[in-house]
Design a protein around this ligand. Sequence first.
Ligand code: ATP
Ligand code: MG
Length: 233
Amino acid sequence: MADTAIRLRNVQLTLGAGHGAVHVLKGMDLSVARGESVGILGPSGSGKSTLLMVLAGLERADSGLVEVAGQSLEGLSEDQLAAFRGRNIGIVFQSFHLIPNMTALENVAVPLELAGHADAFGRAARELAAVGLKDRVNHYPGALSGGEQQRVALARALAPEPAILIADEPTGNLDSDTGARVADLLFDEVRRRHMTMVLVTHDSSLAARCARQVSVRDGRILESAGLDAGVPA
Ligand SMILES: Nc1ncnc2c1ncn2[C@@H]1O[C@H](COP(=O)(O)OP(=O)(O)OP(=O)(O)O)[C@@H](O)[C@H]1O
Ligand SMILES: [Mg+2]
């Protein structure tokens, strides 16, 4: 369906092996329309990050349907998954995941270059300017504040112009003021670029900025509701 960006049906996943095996996703169902933003809430360990990994093709479901941007991820090789991700999905993590011995500019440009982009450094510079880091392009991550590092990570995620943005606790490592500014930027850019977003957060006010909120409990989507989606203890 062209209007559905993400479709999960009865997705099951066990991680680990033997006595360490954990049945993490226990029949996840989720549909996200193109251009929709969904905020995912839920207790620690409920499977939120694992769900994002499956959506991004970084973990394979054991069974069930995983369809992203009209493409079933089942049966794609690792190389095909990587290429698919590069074209369609931007990812922002809680802990930034920048490469420490590359400047801000290189962190954004090198993945573009590897993907064969003709003007990787020009595009990277423009993306960094768009997130307010024009004066920080030659800084290494260690010389940037947490909020600045997350803005670099956001620029890196947005630079290939993916249709889908996946964010796992993007403000979780930031103080509340810095987090609020990064969140403003994130929502502005997603709106401006008409992207689909799946955002995992423990912050219900951040989730409330998404068009829809969903709760994950013990490996399942518990509810899919409007702004008042309750998260009882
Ligand atoms: N490689 C693994 N082997 C075994 N169990 C794992 C593995 N990775 C994750 N798990 C388990 O899967 C469950 C879900 O983990 P996940 O990271 O998805 O939770 P989460 O909802 O994102 O939690 P948090 O809010 O703390 O980030 C946890 O109980 C975790 O211990
Ligand atoms: Mg998590």
